[in-house]
Design a protein around this ligand. Structure first.
Ligand code: FE2
Ligand code: FE2
Length: 180
């Protein structure tokens, strides 16, 4: 991800996140989701909600991609990923990317284990756990969706949205996501 390249998109999403009707609009958008997906989507913070709705709006022609757009960042759990960790990640990414890579590698080492949820739970609560969630939010959301019985294609698209795209669907989601 290159934060400078998608700055106009981020400014647009920040504007959308300030809309007082955002949550009401989100309820409308969530109508296409299963009850569990619906709750996971609406549990997101205002910024992630606005971003996800903007991504999904650009993918409306494909029902599967549209749902993946709504849910792809649902792994950025509000309880784990606070504003401090978000700024830490973005600040280091912009100013000290090599340091960020070293810190992330150390966090990954500490969390090494089974799935991403398990890796997260190994870490004590705090910024290291937040960084891990930031790094693995796609897989965390995918694990949650798989547990609630969402279809395989949706789980795959969400789980791989930060990885190198392997097909046209993954590429399209990644392109729209990167622009916002
Ligand atoms: Fe993401
Ligand atoms: Fe995203």
């Amino acid at each position: 991800m290159n934060t400078w390249r998608n700055l106009p998109g981020k400014i647009w999403v920040t504007t959308l996140s300030l809309d007082p009707r955002l949550r009401a609009r989100a309820h409308g958008d969530a109508a296409c989701l299963s009850p569990g997906e619906h709750d996971l989507f609406l549990a997101m913070g205002r910024y992630d909600l606005a971003h996800s709705m903007a991504v999904a709006a650009r993918l409306e022609d494909d029902p599967l991609l549209h749902r993946a757009g709504l849910l792809h960042d649902a792994g950025k759990l509000r309880s784990e990923l606070g504003i401090f960790t978000r700024w830490l990640y973005t600040g280091l990414e912009l100013i000290f990317p090599a340091l960020l890579r070293r810190i992330c590698a150390a966090v990954e080492d500490k969390a090494a284990g089974g799935g991403s949820m398990e890796g997260m739970q190994v870490l004590p609560r705090g910024w290291r756990r937040g960084l891990y969630v930031q790094l693995h939010h796609g897989e965390i959301a995918a694990e949650m969706l798989a547990r609630m019985g969402s279809e395989e294609e949706l789980v795959r698209l969400v789980g791989r949205h930060q990885m190198e795209p392997r097909d046209g669907l993954e590429r399209r989601l990644a392109e729209v996501d990167d622009a916002l």
